[in-house]
Design a binder for this molecule. Structure first.
Ligand code: ADP
Ligand code: MG
Length: 401
């Protein structure tokens, strides 16, 4: 049995016309003889009736515990699973709907952001053996004890990758509203180019630094299971981006020496600068306090008398309060954004940082902070300048046509 997993994102299943496009892709693979597993996200984006954000808004301002919250959030994917099965059956396909837990997705109990521990593919295989198309709700699973969990943002990508690995799928296809992975978010950088093939490693880095086209965890799972991913448009024909096929298959290298793969961005960050009175000890107190409160920090610079880092805008006020309770002085700057130049081979290449500073300075964009890691250089800039900063870096590194 040749198995294919296809995942359709929220915009792809949002309207009856779009669901017809989805059926077109399913029909094509079906006609090619594949046994098909189709993973779907909740329909539409924030503000639309059955989107995950809309469900979340139903309980805003109330006190729903994490466990119960997941019971609510998993409904969006179940709705779209049933709707798609209806459309497929109307077209004459024998399709069956399974929730994440019915499809054997077993997770830990970290409600709202659970990790998949394993997949029991028995039930899915049973339906495939009957010749049925199996439509699975993404973004959800259950614990060993039977509690329902959700997988966090981008979780349907992870469901698709995990099923692909568990079923030994030939490929996992991720269908979305853009035709592949680009050198930058095409919604922001008009000259961005699609990247026809990328290594798992390159995609992981882009995803971790904010390219939300695919969830990094999904890439890790596919990489560990050695299943290739293809990112394609639901609405346009084309090869999209192929991730992670081995060199002997078609000559795509596993590692690559591209210095910069792409430019990423991440909005809605708050920068905090804490003045330290007795260096190390104070710094440690701050990190411990934030960690206890479950606040994750990023973009950290440590100086003898100062600690600089960012948190999400949402957590800015809480972090400020916790630090003030430690009797430390803190300056807070909300509404920042991070832009990053990402590349697997930039380490030690002279001039990359200089080029970034030059690009931003030419645009008169203030650099609030910068950090470099093995594979990326990040700059924190005011949120209002984020789009211009991403465009400037893209141009500076010649990533356009
Ligand atoms: P889905 O609902 O299908 O999962 P997402 O919104 O999660 O779709 O991901 C697709 C979006 O990712 C695109 O519309 C695009 O704006 C954004 N994006 C960000 N960075 C990139 C990139 N480097 N390449 C392609 N798309 C990107
Ligand atoms: Mg997504």
């Amino acid at each position: 049995m040749r198995i294919l997993v296809q995942k359709f994102g929220g915009t792809s299943v949002a309207t009856p016309e779009r669901r017809e496009a989805v059926v077109g892709h399913i029909r094509q693979a079906y006609d090619e003889g594949y046994a098909l597993v189709v993973v779907v996200s909740a329909m539409g984006r924030a503000g639309e009736p059955y989107a995950t954000d809309t469900l979340q808004n139903l309980i805003a301002g109330t006190e729903v515990p994490a466990r119960e919250k997941d019971l609510l959030l998993c409904c969006g994917e179940i709705i779209s699973t049933v709707v798609l099965v209806g459309v497929l059956r109307k077209h004459g396909f024998d399709a069956v709907a399974l929730t994440g837990w019915q499809a054997g997705i077993i997770t830990d109990d970290n409600y709202g952001d659970a990790r998949i521990l394993r997949v029991d593919p028995g039930r899915v295989l049973h339906h495939l053996n009957q010749g049925q198309i199996v439509v699975v709700s993404g973004f959800q699973g259950r614990t060993e004890q039977g509690e329902i969990t959700t997988l966090g943002r981008g979780g349907s990508d992870t469901t698709a990758a995990a099923l692909g690995v568990a079923l030994g799928a030939e490929v996992v296809e991720i269908y979305t509203d853009v035709d592949g992975i680009y050198t930058a978010d095409p919604g922001i950088v008009a000259e961005a180019q699609t990247l026809p093939n990328l290594t798992y490693y390159e995609v992981c880095q882009l995803a971790y630094e904010g390219a939300k086209v695919i969830h990094p965890r999904a890439v890790e799972i596919a990489m560990e299971g050695n299943v290739p991913l293809r990112i394609k448009s639901t609405f346009k024909q084309g090869p999209g981006t192929l991730v992670g096929i081995r060199p002997r298959d078609n000559g795509v290298p596993i590692r690559r020496d591209r210095i910069i793969t792409g430019i990423t961005h991440m909005a809605d960050l708050t920068q905090l600068k804490v003045n330290l009175k007795n260096d190390g000890a104070d710094g440690l107190k701050v990190f411990k306090r934030l960690a206890q409160a479950g606040i994750s920090v990023d973009f950290i610079n440590v100086f003898p008398d100062q600690l600089v880092f960012t948190v999400s805008n949402q957590l800015g006020a809480k972090a400020e309060k916790l630090i003030e309770e430690l009797n430390l002085e803190v300056q807070v700057r909300p509404d920042c954004a991070k832009v990053a130049a990402v590349g697997a081979a930039m380490r030690g290449v002279p001039g990359v940082m200089a080029a970034i500073v030059e690009a931003l300075t030419e645009e008169k964009i203030e650099i609030l902070q910068s950090v470099d890691s093995y594979t990326s250089i990040w700059c924190l800039v005011p949120r209002k300048d984020m789009e211009r900063a991403a465009q400037a870096l893209h141009r500076k590194f010649g990533l356009g046509a």
